[in-house]
Design a protein around this ligand. Structure first.
Ligand SMILES: [Fe+2]
Length: 255
């Protein structure tokens, strides 16, 4: 298993830094005290990996020992994990799992009809936040599959407890407007907080980058509402966490 965090070249780092500053990195926590919006809870969905890859680092584009990168449009996103009062949360684990470019997941039932899973795509990764609450992933644009718009699945684990399960969306995706899970977030500000514009990293590059800060409350998710372990189904069927906000109503059936 790789242990290193992927290296971010200087020009990209500078862009990310400027994005981070514009997203609030220059402002003191107290400025945020009344302004931070909790990142809304979203259903875990049915495809949290039921068999985790050996390589679980934050570069999903490359599997250890595999010289072939994953297919698809390369993306990067990251930002800070913050508490509701704006303080950075150190030492939490951010997990990402998502469809490959063919819309398939690392899951026994995650292969879409007529498709094959990209064997070069890691499908799942994680990273621990640093003292500034920062995290980052290098991955691909998630593939489409029936019934959903493009989305990333995210979980935040702190002290061994799942604090948040949510999804991240790409601005401008036509299917966003009819996605039942995204539009299950009735609070417009919360909804916009999980939609991010992925911009080209440079004029010449096809890689896309986005900044996304995640804001969590202090209460772990109810383990009865999750699907067992860090992601398996609970006894008696699926009950995803509420889509509309941390601590609101149950969601529609996961897709
Ligand atoms: Fe999904």
């Amino acid at each position: 298993m790789k242990t290193e965090v992927f290296y971010i070249p200087f020009n990209r780092r500078r862009l990310l830094h400027s994005l981070a500053l514009s997203a609030g990195g220059l402002l003191a926590p107290q400025v945020f005290a009344e302004a931070l919006t909790l990142t809304p809870r979203q259903t875990e969905g049915p495809y949290y990996p039921d068999h985790l890859p050996l390589d679980q680092d934050n570069d999903l584009l490359h599997l250890q020992g595999d010289s072939v990168p994953a297919g698809g449009v390369v993306t990067e996103f990251g930002g800070r994990l913050l508490g509701a009062d704006g303080h950075a949360i150190n030492g939490a684990v951010i997990e990402l799992w998502q469809a490959d470019t063919n819309g398939c997941y690392i899951h026994s039932h995650g292969i879409q009809r007529g498709k094959e899973r990209d064997p070069h795509f890691q499908g799942f990764g994680k990273i621990e936040t640093n003292a500034r609450g920062e995290y980052r992933f290098r991955t691909i644009m998630p593939g489409l599959y029936t019934g959903r718009t493009r989305h990333y699945h995210i979980a935040v684990v702190k002290g061994g407890k799942r604090m948040l399960t949510t999804q991240l969306y790409l601005a401008g995706e036509p299917a966003n407007e009819r996605d039942g899970i995204l539009n299950g977030i009735k609070d417009e500000v919360q909804k916009l907080s999980v939609i991010r514009e992925f911009k080209p990293v440079s004029y010449e590059s096809k890689e896309l980058v986005a900044t996304w800060d995640i804001v969590i409350g202090g209460t772990p998710e109810d383990p009865e509402r999750r699907r067992g372990g860090p992601g398996g189904p609970p006894p008696g069927g699926r009950k995803g966490p509420p889509p509309g906000g941390q601590g609101n109503r149950p969601p529609p059936p996961p897709q």
